[in-house]
Ligand binder design. Structure first.
Ligand SMILES: [Zn+2]
Length: 155
């Protein structure tokens, strides 16, 4: 692992120690952009499906206008160390940043791996989007009917 990766783990660890002190916030994430800036976030637990720390860190980066992230790591509270991203986060990371590295592994064997390696044979959302260029987009109701879809019910 590079020094910048170790620094990213330290950043997430520091946020986990400082901010993850309740059941609502139990994981911290740190993400590094191509220009070296680090963005952090904590999960927002809620029974309706609050976002993981990785997603919050992505949002923090986006808030600052950063749309390219190189590496991300999540660290659990109470000294749990680096934890791997959940399935949903793996999919989000792959769709948003196909070349992002994710730091995973045990404390004595941390490594940065490609998110694609964490999701073999994955569903790629962009590959499944039907080309709609031939469908007129008026932006006003009623919206055009997508070929093959069910027409909207009349009032
Ligand atoms: Zn997650």
């Amino acid at each position: 692992m590079r020094d910048t990766d170790r620094a990213l783990v330290q950043a997430a660890t520091a946020v986990a120690k400082l901010r993850c002190r309740s059941e609502n916030h139990t994981v911290a994430a740190a993400a590094r952009s191509a220009d070296g800036r680090v963005f952090t976030g904590v999960n927002v637990y809620h029974f309706t499906g609050g976002p993981c720390a990785e997603v919050v860190a992505i949002g923090a980066a986006a808030t600052q206008g950063v749309t390219e992230l190189e590496t991300i790591v999540a660290v659990g509270d109470r000294g749990r160390g680096v934890i791997p991203p959940c399935g949903r986060c793996r999919q989000v990371l792959l769709d948003y940043f196909p070349s992002i590295k994710v730091i995973v592994g045990p404390a004595d064997g941390l490594r940065a791996v490609s998110v694609a390696d964490l999701l073999p044979e994955t569903y790629v959302w962009a590959d499944q989007q039907v080309e709609l260029a031939t469908v007129p987009r008026t932006g006003v109701w009623p919206m055009p009917v997508v070929p093959g879809s069910r027409p909207a019910a009349e009032d």
